[in-house]
Design a protein around this ligand. Structure first.
Ligand code: AMP
Length: 294
């Protein structure tokens, strides 16, 4: 595994590789868990060259967010990337990704203003910009992202389509703990008491998907049901949002008529946890729900 710290060196190496090999890119912020590793394993299998980037991107953190506290373990991450077949691990030196007078941003406002964008107004601009920079440095054939960050995935897919970026974006299923909690680097922030309650976040989404399967179609009913569910099973949490959105546009739907995403964000102590599931429903097919595999 080659470790590269300079953006120009990464670009040069990848330009060379690209001549006769299919490059797959897995962008990450490190502190690897099985979710990250599943993306690497998939890419290893489907591409000739696996490039993993590890960069805690400052521009996607707002003031007062956890940039400084974000969990880091560089040595372990290097070992895991190597064990999972990375050919190139890009760990940019601090300051090398953004010039002091960096002034160019990529935005997809229509998809970025709702859900997490409501409380994190600069987040997706930072994500879209750094992903664009990584695409330009690596020029991958495929870039792989987790469905855990469903809004991020939708934004990147739209950005790639709108700007004709020559890359295929692959979304991969959410990897969960055995009790259902979606793996996240930020789970490290949870106290034992919060961790014990945290699986209820996903259980609530599964309950709501069951209500839809049984014929519930109204958004306010779903919201009332899930609010009560979390009040009972997740009292340590503070609901940031629960929304029912269209899988492609990520816009709220007025009624459950077709496939929808149930998306949730919950504050628990120092952590802010997100989760989502795809519910494939259609009017008249109550009880035939095909749930999320994740
Ligand atoms: P992060 O390091 O949090 O920026 O995540 C890097 C990539 O891993 C993103 O594409 C995430 O969506 C993905 N990811 C994070 N958690 C999971 C998970 N539990 N299952 C699958 N993918 C994940």
């Amino acid at each position: 595994m080659k470790m590269i710290t300079r953006p120009d060196a990464l670009q040069q190496t990848c330009l060379e590789c690209k001549k006769n090999k299919r490059i797959g890119l897995v962008p990450t912020m490190g502190y690897f868990h099985e979710g990250h590793l599943s993306l690497m394993d998939w890419t290893r299998k489907h591409c000739d060259v696996l490039v993993v980037s590890l960069f805690v991107n400052p521009s996607q953190f707002g003031p007062g967010e956890d940039l400084a506290a974000y969990p880091r373990d560089k040595e372990r991450d290097i070992r895991l990337a190597r064990e999972h077949g990375a050919d190139i691990l890009f760990i940019p030196q601090a300051g090398s990704m953004y010039a002091a007078n960096h002034a160019t941003w990529v935005e997809v406002p229509e998809l970025a203003k709702g859900l997490c964008g409501r409380t994190r107004p600069v987040h997706f601009r930072g994500v879209a910009t750094v992903v664009t920079k990584l695409f330009n440095l690596v020029q991958p054939e495929v870039a792989v992202f987790g469905e855990k960050d469903r809004q991020q995935l939708a934004i990147i897919k739209r950005m790639v389509r709108d700007l004709n970026m020559p890359v295929r974006v692959e979304g991969r299923p959410i990897v969960r703990e055995s009790d259902g909690l979606a793996l996240s680097s930020r789970n490290a922030y949870l106290t034992p008491e919060e961790r014990a309650q945290a699986p209820a976040l996903y259980a609530g989404l599964c309950a709501a998907s069951g209500w839809i399967a049984n014929g519930m179609r109204g958004i306010s009913e779903l919201l009332a049901g899930i609010t009560a569910y979390y009040a009972e099973h997740l009292p340590a949490g503070r609901l940031d949002y629960f929304e029912v959105v269209d899988p492609e546009s990520m816009q709220p739907v007025h009624m459950v008529e077709d496939a929808v995403i149930l998306a949730v964000a919950m504050r628990m102590g120092r952590a802010r946890l997100i989760d989502n599931i795809l519910v494939e429903s259609s009017v008249g097919s109550a009880g035939e729900r095909k749930g999320e595999k994740g």
